[in-house]
Design a protein around this ligand. Structure first.
Ligand code: COA
Length: 371
């Protein structure tokens, strides 16, 4: 990073089904709690960046930059960022660039999504905007279908059994029991995962992240300091359509973003203690572990089979159990890793947030400076 960018405040709503709250209400709750936790006042915010993917489709609401800015007394300049489910990470990356350039000193980054106002079929269709509308969508695929294909291919290539894959969601549900902001806070035995309703073979309902409402906000600053800073902020992209990929059992955008992030933070991956990764579907979590370099190809599941994996993986409950209001996720991951670093006293943590079938990927490395 060209300048020290500190995480000086953060807050989120609980993720879940919030029928009685509007997009504005969710934004307000997250922003208010982020400001409350920070040493700055609303008037110190000189820019607002909103991450959102599908509010036009689910809530008839565009123009979210101005909407969020109007929650502050002085209506600071604002913009909206969209990069499918990676919108949160891309908004954070945009904020880092503006802070590093000196254009702003304190930026409020807030991700919001309110998905449960419309039926699942409508949400699925809106989410397919993250895929290739000419090359993937006409076949009738949805995102569970895309990751069903990826899971089929991975299980065939690496002899992964359906039973072993159950460990991923079971672990995430267990982790979420301690998280008051998680959508689902109940333990689910591993065997129940593959007994849940089939969605897109071999994936069942409990392999899928749910449809969720929620918002998460961070305040990033070059003016005020805190004990957690952003040591790296990197993005990478890949072909949007699966038909243009050489391989669908590994995601090159994760690999590229990870290499660049490790170099930027000047840290070895073996020193990273906490991970929050993008487990939109159980198979994605396995692939992520390999692409991030914590497991050899075909061995990602072994990390989930360890009692206490090092580094910790989705101690929050991940997307599966916390919920996945898509554009809020990348920002919520930063909040979780910062809490984990403060609780453990460890120095390094990492978030990986991707969009589509990892056609865009954002990786942030956080450093706890008071260790
Ligand atoms: N995990 C756990 N429980 C879930 C769930 C999930 N993924 N999805 C729904 N449920 C629960 C609901 O809370 C509800 O429980 P209740 O009866 O106690 O209230 C019940 O299951 C039925 O929910 P419903 O909303 O009718 O489910 P659905 O069949 O409409 O949707 C999925 C289920 C899996 C299809 C939907 O969650 C989905 O599409 N997930 C993927 C979202 C996605 O693609 N995100 C982008 C990733 S790239």
């Amino acid at each position: 990073m060209k300048k020290d960018v500190f995480l000086i405040g953060s807050g989120q709503t609980r993720f879940g089904e919030w029928w009685e709250k509007s997009v504005r209400d969710l934004l307000y709750e997250a922003v208010d709690s982020a400001l409350e936790s920070s040493p700055c006042t609303a008037l110190d915010i000189d820019m607002v960046i909103v991450a959102n993917m599908i509010a036009e489709r689910t809530n008839g609401q565009a123009h979210l930059g101005a909407l969020a800015s109007s929650l502050l007394p002085h209506n600071p300049p604002a913009l909206r960022v969209e990069s499918a489910c990676a919108s949160g990470a891309v908004a954070l990356h945009t904020a880092c660039g503006l802070l590093e350039s000196g254009r702003a000193k304190n930026i409020l980054v807030v991700g919001v999504e309110k998905m449960t106002d419309v039926p699942t079929a409508e949400v699925s269709s809106a989410l397919m905007g993250a895929a290739d509308s000419e090359k993937d969508a006409p076949s009738g695929l949805t995102f569970p279908g895309i990751f069903g294909l990826i899971a089929q291919s991975y299980m065939h290539e690496h002899n992964l059994t359906r039973e072993r894959l159950n460990t991923v969601s079971a672990t995430h549900h267990r982790n979420a029991m301690e998280n008051p902001f998680a959508q689902f806070r109940r333990e689910i035995p591993a065997e129940k995962i593959s007994q849940s309703a089939p969605v897109a073979d071999p994936l069942c309902m409990l392999d899928c992240s749910p449809v969720s409402d929620g918002a998460a906000a961070c305040i990033l600053s070059t003016e005020k300091e805190s004990d957690v800073k952003i040591a790296a902020s990197q993005l990478a992209t890949d072909a949007v359509s699966l038909t243009e990929r050489e391989n669908i059992t590994s995601f090159s955008a994760t690999k590229q973003a990870m290499e660049k992030a490790l170099e930027e933070a000047d840290v070895d991956r073996s020193n990273i203690s906490h991970l929050e990764v993008h487990d939109c579907f159980s198979i994605a979590a396995v692939i992520n572990m390999e692409d991030l370099g914590f497991a050899e190809p075909g061995k990602g599941i072994e990390l989930y089979e360890q009692k206490e994996p090092v580094p910790s993986i989705n101690a929050s409950g991940g997307l599966k159990a916390c919920g996945h209001p898509v554009a809020a996720t990348g920002i919520k991951q930063i909040i979780d890793v910062s809490k984990q670093l403060r609780n453990s006293g460890n120095r390094w943590g990492l978030t990986q947030n991707f969009g589509g079938a990892c056609a865009s990927c954002g990786i942030h490395i956080l450093e706890h400076t008071h260790v």
